[in-house]
Each structure stands twice: as structure tokens, then as C-alpha cells.
Design a protein around this ligand. Structure first.
Ligand SMILES: *[C@@H]1O[C@H](CO)[C@@H](O)[C@H](O)[C@H]1NC(C)=O
Ligand SMILES: *[C@@H]1O[C@H](CO)[C@@H](O)[C@H](O)[C@H]1NC(C)=O
Length: 195
């Protein structure tokens, strides 16, 4: 066993560590769907050979992750992959099939926009500043409000002062802003506990 191991080790050094063209060839050769190729010259993506050394594969497309990003989206049962040129994959993020730089851009519902500040977040398709604004309303119908203070919260499409008011559901089951001592606020309605 030990002799075998030594032999194997010696072979690896000979095959990959050698400087002769012959030994290098052995080490860098790989199989691509039955064709032997040199990984220093070509890349194999989904069983097809493409010119270019040590590229990555994005689906069946070869690309260089230092200058491009592979973005993927699930489309029903298929995964669609696409190469977006221009951004290093290590520092980029994908917005559907488009790459963006998360340092100064953001992705809101498949739309890339410039990030206005560190507290920026998505409000539907738009961007809002969590410190100065509120994003109010149901998920499919959001609006941005200028935040009156840090203790203001959303109540439907409006805002209320959590120190003096509550957001409660009235008898018609509609959200209402009421003074804290009102019947609506006193009743233990679940909406009254919403922030
Ligand atoms: C891989 O090889 C098989 C058998 O030769 C062939 O039918 C197939 O088309 C090849 N695949 C590609 C992607 O070229
Ligand atoms: C927010 O500020 C505006 C302007 O100062 C004021 O009219 C409004 O009542 C305030 N809203 C709440 C819910 O405090």
C-alpha cells in the first residue's frame, strides 16, 4: 500500500510539477463529452468546447467571473442563466438577469435604481429612506410618506403618532387613526397592535 502511495505521489509530481511540455499536457487535459482538451486553451460548458482558458460556465455560456456576472432566474421548471458583462461577480448582485453593484445601486421588484443613501430600502418598485420616510399600505399598493417623527408608524396609507394615537379597525373593519383613549383603541383589535 505504502509503495503504491509513493508511486502515485511521484506520478502526480511528475505529471503536474514537471516543466516539460509533455508532463504539462498530461495534467491539464480533461474530457469534454468525449473530446480531450487542454484546460489552458479551452473551457467545456454543458459538453461543448469553447476557446479560452479557465473560464466559468453560465448555463452553456462561458464567461470570465472577473469581468462578468452570471445571473439566473427560475422560470417555472427551467432555470434561465445569462451573462451580464462589466461587473466582477464577487462584488455584484443580480436583479433578475441584470447585474448591479450593491454599493451604490439596489434592486426593487426587478428594477435597478441608484441607492440614495445607506438607509435606503425598497418600497414596491421605488426606493425610500427609512429614517425620513415611511412605506405604507398593503404589499401590492404601497406609497411613500414623509415621516413626521421616529415614533410615527403606518396605518393603511396614512401615518400616526404612536405616542398619542393608535391604528385600529372600526366597526366597518376599516383601519382608522384614533386617540389612544378612544373606544376603538381600547378594544383589543389586532390592528391596534400593528406597528
Ligand atoms: C455529446 O456527445 C454525444 C455523443 O457523441 C452527442 O450526441 C452530443 O450531441 C454531444 N453533446 C454536445 C453538447 O455536443
Ligand atoms: C404630521 O405632520 C403634519 C405637519 O406638521 C401634521 O399636519 C400632521 O397632523 C402630522 N401627522 C401625524 C399623524 O402626526
Amino acid at each position: 500500500m505504502f509503495v503504491l502511495w509513493v508511486l502515485r505521489f511521484a506520478w502526480v509530481i511528475f505529471a503536474c510539477g514537471g516543466t516539460s511540455a509533455a508532463s504539462r499536457n498530461n495534467c491539464y487535459r480533461k474530457d469534454c463529452n468525449g473530446t480531450w482538451y487542454d484546460i489552458q486553451e479551452a473551457t467545456c460548458c454543458e459538453n461543448k468546447l469553447y476557446p479560452g482558458a479557465s473560464l466559468s460556465c453560465c448555463g452553456n455560456e462561458p464567461y470570465n467571473p472577473e469581468t462578468a456576472t452570471c445571473c439566473k432566474v427560475q422560470h417555472e421548471h427551467d432555470i434561465i442563466a445569462s451573462v451580464d458583462q462589466g461587473l466582477n461577480e464577487k462584488v455584484s448582485k443580480c436583479c433578475d438577469l441584470k447585474a448591479y453593484n450593491p454599493v451604490n445601486e439596489m434592486c426593487c421588484q426587478s428594477t435597478i435604481t441608484t441607492k440614495p443613501g445607506p438607509m435606503a430600502e425598497c418600497c414596491g418598485k421605488e426606493v425610500f429612506d427609512k429614517d425620513k420616510q415611511l412605506c405604507c399600505g398593503p404589499t401590492d399598493n404601497r406609497i411613500i410618506l414623509v415621516r413626521n417623527s421616529s415614533h410615527h408608524r403606518c396605518c393603511g396609507h396614512n401615518q400616526y403618532d404612536t405616542k398619542t394615537q393608535c391604528c385600529c379597525t372600526n366597526k366597518e373593519n376599516i383601519l382608522e387613526i384614533q386617540p389612544k383613549d378612544s373606544d376603538c383603541c381600547m378594544e383589543d383589535s389586532p390592528a391596534g397592535k400593528l406597528t
